[in-house]
Design a binder for this molecule. Structure first.
Ligand SMILES: [Zn+2]
Length: 395
């Protein structure tokens, strides 16, 4: 028996979740097996070769449509992180909820294309395309790693082959059209491809493929030096940020946005794997920053929003300390009422002191001390309110 299935058979569903929710058991295989040095049999070798030649054919077409990036630093970054994850993928047997359960090893290739879309996709055989727009959109190496791990998983689990098997309505001839036309948004076949894609999506394969790539990708991330929280923050921002016009994976996000269900599943994997959900470690929009002005005042901001400005000789030291404590505070995604301020100007969040305002700070801001106290707490509550609809792990 397949070791993963054997493992699953022993598990009982989590009481918090519906019995059929895939998150019940998915991460229970928390320690993915290092694949035994099992020889690849002739059948698997044939499948791998078939993916490679199919992928080569697709990529030749796609390379005519998409302009290669000339940004050396960006290409280096994508290839370095992608290469690290590819090594892990090639030696990690993951729990597979949809696709080929065998350990399929590929020589992964990472290409960056000069396009503005927030987009990435992978071809059979392990050629992965990342758009410049996506690399500009991500806020840390961990977020980029999360996208690449997800894309690697699509190839490793041989999702195009699985699609061909499950959807006989979509012939092998049509699939390249779906991939090439929809994801590039170009080509005369776009209309037909869109119809085919809609058909494929409504039949549910895309959801299964996405969930499977999330889980296997997450497994690679856990074994890497990158923080798997990046997979969740990326998904949250894509879903909320309309400006990004997210188009990820075979054009799927255009009609099938990153779902709440996927985010919930990722949150559950993180919890089960005992990985703290610290968004501040993998983003800039959910993290504090400190900036000093010429007049000696030092401001702590969260994302783009200024929270507090300190004045006086200790301003920088106080700001650095406040920034650290605020990160921890915001990472816990507190409620509005969980922040307050004392008479002496001590701002308290989740019953811990975050920082202290002084009359000197008020003087530098040219406002009465009481007003500074009120507006500072008000500002923090505004941030908390914003977080309440920008993050998805509300209790
Ligand atoms: Zn995907």
């Amino acid at each position: 028996m397949n070791p993963i299935l054997a493992c699953l058979a022993l598990l009982s569903p989590s009481p918090r979740l519906a019995p059929d929710a895939y998150v019940d058991w998915a991460w229970q295989d928390a320690q993915p097996a290092i694949a035994a040095a099992q020889p690849v049999d002739a059948g698997q070798q044939r499948d791998i070769e078939s993916d490679k030649s199919l992928g080569k054919k697709y990529s030749e077409e796609i390379d005519k449509e998409l302009k290669a990036s000339e940004d050396k630093a960006m290409i280096e970054r994508v290839q370095r992180i992608g290469g690290e994850l590819a090594l892990i993928a090639n030696e990690t047997l993951t729990p597979v909820i949809w696709g080929d359960k065998r350990l399929n090893r590929f020589e992964y290739t990472f290409k960056v294309v000069n396009e503005k879309d927030v987009n990435a996709f992978s071809l059979p055989g392990g050629t992965i395309y990342v758009y410049e727009g996506l690399v500009k959109y991500i806020e840390s190496d961990s977020e980029l790693a999360g996208v690449l791990a997800h894309e690697i998983a699509h190839a490793a689990l041989r999702h195009v082959a699985a699609l061909q098997r499950e959807q006989s309505k979509i012939s092998a001839v049509q699939i390249p059209l779906i991939i090439a036309a929809v994801l590039t948004g170009k080509g005369g076949e776009a209309l037909m491809a869109t119809q085919l894609t809609t058909q494929a999506i409504s039949s549910g394969w895309s959801v299964k493929a996405e969930q499977a790539a999330d889980l296997s990708g997450f497994t690679y991330m856990v074994r890497s030096k990158y923080n798997p929280v990046g997979m969740l923050t990326m998904m949250e921002r894509l879903a909320k940020d309309e400006r990004a016009a997210p188009v990820v994976d075979w054009g799927i996000y255009r009609t099938h946005p990153p779902g709440r269900q996927r985010a919930d599943a990722l949150t559950e994997y993180l919890r089960t794997a005992n990985i703290p959900l610290r968004r501040s470690e993998v983003t800039t929009s959910f993290r504090t920053s400190v900036s000093a002005a010429d007049n000696g005042r030092v401001t702590v901001s969260f994302g783009n929003r200024a929270i507090v400005s300190f004045a006086g000789e200790e301003a920088l030291k106080r700001a650095d300390e406040a920034a650290l404590r605020l990160n921890t505070f915001f990472d816990e995604d507190p409620e509005l009422f969980q922040v307050g301020i004392g008479e002496d100007g001590t701002v308290v969040g989740l019953r811990r002191p975050l920082f202290q305002l002084t009359p000197g700070d008020a003087e530098a801001a040219k406002v009465p001390f009481d007003e500074l106290k009120r507006t500072t707490v008000g500002g923090i509550r505004t941030v908390l309110y914003g977080l309440s609809y920008r993050v998805w792990n509300r209790r």
